[in-house]
Design a binder for this molecule. Structure first.
Ligand code: SAM
Length: 505
């Protein structure tokens, strides 16, 4: 950012360290772009451990079990953490006398992240995490004890990586190690990682990793955030999502806005130790997420539902037990349909009909269960190549997302992008152009191209190709020779892009 300071850290009452706009900021401006101090992959990700890029032909290190896309990635990782993990793994193999993967490969992601951060800290003799909020004093004794046990495990691996348990001791390494080899302090660092780590997502907003970004850790949460985070590989980018005047606090959101605020606030309380006041906007979104329509006169009743917890008690209270029973019934039918072998799509479709077309009760257009069910049906239909059915549910996902999320929110743009690809695939060229254009440029305020696509270049290029292809096909059709002379839209849709909408490819 070449000396152009866009935010400064300040202490705000009741919020601790906070990020504040240092000058007026336009919508879509980059506020912060930061490489992680450390990052780890979430379980089951077939990605390069360093760049986090997906890949099928990854290099594999049999000692650590880590995968890398290229030698360059491996080399870059070596200086930060890979050498230390390699040495610790080899030392561990000698002690255990076995050749299996190192035991920390199975640790929870946040603990692996803390270990990696400490490894780099010891090597660089730096502890940039000092000052991060940990809420240590608010933790129960049992939790503190648990963290101390984990800290001791971390310290053992650290010492092994430094060769402190081997024949040859390096005095500087021991000195550096002792700076962090304090179980209580390390446990407090583990608590800070829990509060400050970012979930890293890929171009399609799938969760791939967990990262520690020291400067970004100053950004507080808001229910109506003025900033959005995204990732380019392992790099974090924070942008404004609307114009922000100088002096206003810059906030991101720590939890999905497509969840009921009840659930989001529970997470904020349990995990981050704070609560947020209810706002008119959040209440309006809750109503959309929980509206059930009853009877011929479509009377609106609020019944909340959540994929993790099912029916939401508090929101389910109220005049209409009937609507509550209906949501519970659909939920149970859905659980049964998920397990159906061979007939899963048919069974899910039956649940969908009950959920959305019932005369006595049906889910409102933006109900959270409707969106979740439509997403699952879309994926199941794509997996079985039932394209006509898939597009029906892709349209539902887009329509639902538009109601729930703020305009131009990445979730909305991504659902439109996916729909555009299906429309092209099925030869609906005008619709493909319309959805692709809306995915790229949005329909509301803000700066959607920057917000959603600037940091997702591969996906953005693919949508541009889809729109361009749909235009060519539409023009060809209007001249009346689409079928024979122009390449088929299906063929072209299959050729566009490599990563986006892989299930279609
Ligand atoms: C990642 S840190 C953000 C920086 C933090 N304020 C600090 O002082 O280091 C997360 C913590 O910030 C505080 N926080 C974040 N958003 C908040 C909000 N909207 N209201 C009150 N506290 C908040 C909570 O203590 C939370 O656990």
């Amino acid at each position: 950012m070449c000396g152009d300071v866009r935010f400064r850290a300040a202490r705000l009452p009741g919020r601790g360290r906070s990020a504040v706009a240092a000058r007026p900021l336009a919508a879509g401006e980059v506020v912060l772009s930061e490489q992680p101090w450390a990052v780890v992959l979430l379980p089951e990700q077939e990605c390069c451990d360093f760049s986090l890029q997906r890949g099928e032909r990854l290099l594999w290190c049999r000692v650590t079990g880590l995968h890398f896309a290229t030698r360059e990635d491996q080399k870059a990782a070596a200086d930060l953490y890979y050498k230390a993990e390699l040495e610790a793994a080899e030392a561990g193999r000698k002690v255990r006398g076995t050749r299996g993967p190192p035991p920390w490969r199975d640790w929870p992601a946040s603990l692996r992240l803390a270990l990696r951060a400490l490894q780099r800290g010891v090597k660089a003799a730096e502890q940039p995490w000092q000052g991060l909020e940990s809420h240590w004093e608010e933790l129960s004794e049992a939790r503190q004890q648990q963290l101390e046990e984990s800290a001791a495990r971390c310290l053992d691996v650290l010492a092994a990586g430094l060769g402190l348990f081997g024949e040859e001791e390096v005095p500087e390494a021991r000195q550096a190690f002792q700076a962090v080899a304090n179980v209580r302090q390390t446990a407090q660092f583990l608590a800070a990682v829990d509060v400050n780590a970012f979930t890293v997502t890929d171009e399609e907003l799938r969760e791939v990793g967990l990262g520690l970004y020291i400067r970004a850790a100053v950004f507080n949460h808001a229910e109506e955030p003025n900033c959005l985070q995204s990732f380019v590989g392992r790099q974090l980018v924070i942008r404004t999502c609307r114009p922000v005047p100088e002096g206003e606090e810059l906030c991101i959101t720590y939890a999905d806005l497509g969840q009921l605020s009840l659930r989001r606030r529970a997470l904020l309380r349990e995990h981050f130790h704070f609560d947020v006041p209810s706002s008119q906007e959040a209440e309006a979104r809750d109503r959309i997420l929980s509206t059930v329509l009853c009877g011929a006169d479509s009377k609106k009743v609020q019944v909340g539902w959540d994929a993790e917890c099912g029916l939401q008690g508090e929101l389910a209270e109220g005049e209409c037990a009937f609507a509550r029973d209906f949501v519970r019934k659909v939920h149970n039918q859905w659980l049964r349909a998920k397990d159906a072998r061979g007939t899963k799509v048919a069974q899910l479709q039956a649940v969908w009909l009950d959920a959305t077309a019932g005369l006595d009760c049906r889910l409102g257009a933006g109900h959270s269960m409707r969106l979740a069910l439509a997403r699952e049906l879309m994926d199941a239909c794509v997996a079985q190549e039932l394209w006509q059915e898939a597009i029906v549910f892709a349209r539902e996902v887009s329509a639902c997302s538009r109601l729930i999320y703020p305009p131009s929110w990445p979730m909305v743009s991504l659902s439109l992008a996916r729909l555009a690809k299906l429309e092209l695939f099925l030869g609906n060229f005008a619709a493909a152009i319309r959805c692709g254009e809306e995915a790229l440029h949005g329909s509301g305020t803000g700066s959607p191209t920057k917000l959603c696509w600037e940091d997702r270049r591969v996906a953005a290029e693919e949508i541009q190709q889809i729109v361009a292809q749909a235009r060519v096909e539409e023009e060809a059709m209007s001249r009346g020779y689409a079928a024979q002379e122009a390449p088929s839209s299906k063929q072209k849709a299959l050729e566009t892009g490599s990563t986006y909408l892989q299930s279609l490819d």
